[in-house]
Design a protein around this ligand. Structure first.
Ligand code: PLP
Length: 466
């Protein structure tokens, strides 16, 4: 059969120059950053795969929209554009803009959660759980077991386990469950999607018990791509239709516009319930800004409204997910261990399988991310024991099953050649994995330690021996 490749549905109009560094410069930079990629100045980074959050390239239409900013304190024209985009593509009635996703999580948690409540979710996300706990709630994980297994090939590893959810309802009673947080896709499991069938069943179960569902819709369009690809009955449906159906099983959403919506800043809370919307508008004015701007400039809302329409384009999402899968394919050919199936927003390397010689106390994922930077200037992120922190009761390090290095792909930013360079560096390190040295803490912050922790090699003075 004749090969038919996909290619980006855009051409490049503006370029941003990157600084190229030598290995000696990178060795100095990573030592100066305490072997923590979060502490590297971005000018020292060549290919930045730290996160896909707020790092997308906007289109010329979005930039044109920035010029259409109506910077009125109240009732900005751009608010109404955003409101109609959310109604059209997500289907929720009320829009409350926020400065980013966690602003929406804060407002929703404060409106709905009472101290002692349980908030089930298909795995946690860092800021989502923090706001649930701040409001006095307790997060309860109800994701299927397969999500915790990097080798399981389940096509919808983000699915909710209905048995776990029913057990929770039986244990605490529906009155102590203000809502279920439904993540689509599941970031902490490696960008794994939920199926439409699961969303439908979860919705039926929750409605039977009068429990609301709020979706973390940060990457819901990416989730819809996987439904289209993998779930019977959706292969010919437009992404916009699939998104509307997915949202129809929920009562509203929190959104970080910095991912699917293709903007550098922005987010929103969207709900159907009139009374809840009223309550949220009363709070947003305290914490974010008036309910028609929520901490955003008019131009930011315009760019997000345009980004939402662009995000559901088949060609856009094909290239987006296609690029992630292209990188994964190159690594797979070299036998590099990673989380399977590959998720929507990046490739998650399995650092325990990559560096079996390093004990977990030497933080293999942290060491691998540092070594990758030294080798090629590619910046990745640790998602393992350092991110998991210590058990508040025992003070011991938590060692989650997943010890990962995340190569996160910004949208519309890098080319296939950047993916080649990244894959060659990772594959080269895998062949020479004996040269990677473990790390120990030299400074350990008390909370969210992964952001500011500092390390040193357990022996010698290099994380990657020559
Ligand atoms: C990024 C993210 C958030 C938080 O959004 P911010 O815009 O960073 O505040 C919430 N949920 C998920 C799944 C995310 O990836």
């Amino acid at each position: 059969m004749q090969r038919r490749s996909w290619a980006e549905p855009f051409k490049i109009k503006v370029v941003e120059h990157l600084r190229m560094t030598t290995r000696a410069e990178r060795e100095r930079a990573i030592a100066g950053a305490g072997y923590n990629t979060f502490l590297l100045p971005s000018r020292d980074v060549y290919i930045d795969l730290l996160t896909d959050s707020g790092t997308s390239a906007m289109s010329d239409r979005q930039w044109a929209g920035m010029m259409m900013g109506d910077e009125a304190y109240a009732g900005s024209e751009n608010f109404y554009h955003l409101e109609s985009a959310v109604r059209e593509f997500y289907g929720y009635r009320h829009l409350i803009p926020t400065h980013q996703g966690r602003g929406a999580e804060h407002i929703l948690s404060k409106c709905c959660i009472k101290p002692g409540d349980s908030v089930p979710g298909n795995m946690y996300f860092t800021t989502t759980r923090a706001h649930q706990e701040l409001a006095g709630g307790q997060f309860v994980d109800v994701i299927i077991d397969e999500a915790h297994d990097p080798a399981s090939l389940h096509p919808f590893k983000g699915d909710v386990d209905l048995g776990k959810l029913s057990a929770l309802i039986g244990r605490v009673g529906p009155a102590r469950i203000p809502y279920l947080a439904l993540h689509a896709t599941v970031n902490m499991a490696g960008g794994q999607p939920i199926s439409m069938a699961n969303a439908r069943e979860v919705s039926a179960l929750c409605r039977r018990h009068g429990i609301r569902i709020f979706m973390d819709a940060t990457r819901a369009v990416e989730n819809c791509w996987f439904i289209r690809e993998r779930e019977p009955g959706y292969a010919d449906r437009p992404l916009a239709d699939i998104l509307r159906e997915l949202c129809s099983y929920t009562d509203g959403c929190t959104m970080s516009g910095k991912k699917d919506c293709l903007v550098n800043i922005g987010g929103f809370l969207a709900v159907n319930d009139d009374a809840l919307a009223e309550q949220a508008r009363n709070l947003v004015v305290l914490f974010e800004g008036l309910h028609t701007y929520g901490g955003l400039a008019g131009r930011d809302m315009e760019a997000m409204a345009i980004g939402i329409a662009e995000s559901v384009s088949y060609d856009h999402m094909h290239a987006r997910i296609g690029q992630v899968q292209y990188l994964a394919g190159l690594l797979e050919r070299e036998g590099v261990p990673m989380v399977r199936p590959v998720g929507g927003h990046g490739v998650f390397l399995d650092a325990r399988a990559f560096l079996p010689q390093l004990p977990r106390e030497q933080f293999p994922a942290q060491a691998l991310a540092a070594a990758l930077y030294v080798d090629s200037g590619v910046r990745a992120m640790e998602r393992g024991a350092v991110s998991a922190g210590r058990d508040p009761q025992t003070g011991e390090n938590r060692y989650p099953r997943l010890e990962l290095v995340r190569l996160t792909i910004p949208r519309r930013v890098y080319t296939q050649a950047h993916m080649d360079v990244t894959a060659e560096s990772v594959a080269g390190l895998y062949q020479q994995r004996g040269r990677i040295v473990g790390l120990r803490f030299t400074y350990e912050p008390e909370s969210l330690r992964f952001f500011q922790a500092r390390f040193a090699p357990v022996e010698g003075d290099a994380v990657l021996r020559r």
